[in-house]
Design a protein around this ligand. Structure first.
Ligand code: KG4
Ligand code: ZN
Length: 332
């Protein structure tokens, strides 16, 4: 049994999985206290993790019908993420592992998103192309084996795709995080009503959403006081179409460039129906894990933990966290 913790942002998560990748428990406590600030406040996230983590771990073990003494490996997200938030997960994981002198797997969060596809009951086996699009990261990677290494082919030069959804939602007067709300508004709109930029001229496989966001700002202002619900829906649909097409364009380039016909998608934006439908039309073998495994969760960290060289007790006690992807086990 593997026990994993994930606290890199504002979700306090613990999971128990078997070595074969069968999920026995996957507990996610979303803090929902950051909405009023329009973004995650690191200190508040950290404090809430501290309050919640004990109960979340207990819930996961109870749900899995396991005692801590039966756990064989403790895995945890080491980075990238908010340092104060990561520290809560890493310190808790160290304490739990040390109490039973267990081995310890320090997992990179992005490897975790990729490894969501390796979970039972229908593991998607490498090699494949992976598109990860969430609130904090957007990248394309060639996944040749279970990792922890994989080759990053392209990544965002500015905003992440989820961030673009969130900022667009804010401009349209929707709450935070706004991806799902923007998708709902877009349902009644015409995606061809507004012509918005997709950074199509940007060569290669990197993404950019900053120009699109600015274009939306001017279009929202241009709507003026006679902002009808209909026009807002048109704008939301056009904006969503631009993000989806921008992602799909790079995926198409990467598929033809690498000669791959297998694609896995992960991250919170993978919940978007327009994106799923667009990628389905590519005609490749497509893997999109269930929604709760696309957004941040600890089952994906446990899954990745199976492919990390574990540190034996007590070699992990001075292990530190990292905030950015610089120390992530990715190459480019
Ligand atoms: O993976 P995730 O839960 O957390 C991060 O690691 O960031 O992703 C959250 C992001 C948010 O930006 C949210 O707006 C976006 O995923 N998101 C969506 C949808 N559901 C969540 N974006 C577009 N359409 C959705 N239905
Ligand atoms: Zn994430």
């Amino acid at each position: 049994m593997i026990l994993a913790l994930e606290t890199s942002c504002d979700d306090t998560c613990a999971a128990v999985i078997t070595a074969e990748g069968e999920i026995r428990a996957n507990v996610i406590s979303s803090q929902r206290v950051h909405d009023r600030y329009g973004g995650v406040v690191p200190e508040i996230a950290s404090r809430h993790h501290l309050e919640l983590i004990g109960d979340v771990v207990e819930d996961a073990l109870a749900h899995a019908g396991q005692e801590l003494g039966e756990v064989e490996l403790v895995a945890v997200t080491r980075g990238p993420g908010l340092v104060a938030a990561l520290l809560v997960g890493v310190c808790t994981a160290k304490a739990l592992a040390a109490a039973y002198e267990l081995p310890f797997a320090a997992v990179d969060h992005l490897h975790g998103h990729v490894a969501a596809s390796f979970l039972a009951p229908a593991p998607f086996e490498p090699p494949f192309l992976s598109l990860i699009a969430s609130g904090g990261h957007t990248f394309l990677a060639a996944v040749k084996d279970h990792g922890p290494d994989y080759e990053v082919l392209g990544q965002t030069l500015d905003d992440a795709a989820g961030e673009a959804f969130d900022k667009g939602a804010r401009l349209l007067g929707l709450g935070y995080p706004g991806g799902a709300a923007l998708e709902r508004l877009a349902r009644d709109g015409d995606p061809a009503a507004f012509d918005l930029p997709r950074a199509a001229k940007l060569p290669g496989l990197d993404f950019s959403f900053a120009g699109l966001k600015t274009a939306l700002l001017y279009r929202v202002r241009g709507l003026g006081p006679e902002q009808t619900e209909r026009r807002r829906a048109d704008l939301a649909a056009s904006y969503q179409r631009a993000i989806v097409e921008s992602l799909a364009l790079r995926v198409e380039r990467a598929l033809s460039g690498t000669g791959t016909d297998r694609l896995a998608v992960g991250g919170g934006v993978a919940a978007n129906t327009a994106l799923r439908e667009r990628l389905t039309r590519l005609g490749v073998e497509l893997n999109v894990p269930p929604r709760e495994l696309c957004t941040d969760n600890a089952a994906m960290i446990a899954s990745a933990g199976r492919y990390v060289e574990p540190a034996p007790y007590p070699n992990y006690l001075d292990l530190d966290v990292y905030a950015t992807g610089e120390r992530a086990p990715v190459t480019r």
